[in-house]
Design a protein around this ligand. Structure first.
Ligand code: IMP
Ligand code: MG
Length: 195
């Protein structure tokens, strides 16, 4: 490992300077997450419920969502990766970490940060369905419907957003910006495109 390797991002004092505009502010996030939690409380009362969070982007959403849920439930995590670390997704999905628990006969909700092309969710839903859960539904915080390349049924969407690259509230660009408390549009100059 080279000690001289330097990433200029770490020189920044605040990440806010890289945000062109706030798309979903903290108050709206809190309000919508509470509504989504209440939907789950209503629809899953007295059911064996497992929430599956897709790492890493959904961790903040997941953490807030489960505190908006008042009924008993379990959580588990999966990690996927589309090959390549760019702004757009390639359509090839890899499982980096599988569930620790069996989902057979259980009611499962996949909790995602964002659905873009739909490839990740399409693949994930297919392999989880093969494990014969009692039910399998999808909740995503964000949806970019314009970008969809595969037809996939999403049960609950927090916010539908336009086709812009967003960061914050768990979502990253090159692993940075997850800690921003809102959903913001990254200045195109940050990823080398003209403003
Ligand atoms: P899909 O397979 O194209 O639907 O891509 C889904 C994944 O791409 C998400 O789980 C995110 O990790 C990532 N992604 C898609 N759009 C954005 C974005 O605007 N900001 C950050 N990550 C994104
Ligand atoms: Mg991601």
């Amino acid at each position: 490992m080279s000690a001289s390797f330097h990433r200029p991002i770490f020189d920044k004092v605040s990440l806010h300077q890289d945000i062109a505009k706030v798309l979903v502010d903290e108050v709206s996030l809190r309000q919508r997450v509470r509504e989504l939690g209440e939907i789950i409380n209503r629809e899953y009362a007295h059911k064996d419920l497992l929430l599956v969070s897709v790492l890493k982007g959904s961790i903040i959403f997941m953490a807030d969502l489960i505190r908006a849920i008042t009924i008993p439930h379990e959580i588990d995590f999966m990690a996927t990766s589309s090959y390549g670390a760019g702004v757009s997704s390639s359509g090839v999905v890899r499982i980096l970490k599988d569930l620790n628990t069996s989902i057979e006969g259980r009611n499962v909700i996949i909790v995602e940060d964002i659905i873009d092309s739909g490839h990740t969710l399409n693949y994930l839903a297919r392999i989880l369905q093969e494990r014969r859960p009692a039910s399998l539904r999808i909740m995503t915080l964000l949806d970019k419907p314009e970008r969809r390349e595969v037809d996939i049924h999403v049960d609950w969407v927090g916010f539908s957003i336009p086709n812009e690259f967003v960061v914050g509230y768990g979502l990253d660009y090159n692993e940075i910006y997850r800690n921003l408390p809102y959903i913001g549009v990254l200045k195109p100059s940050v990823y080398g495109a003209p403003e």
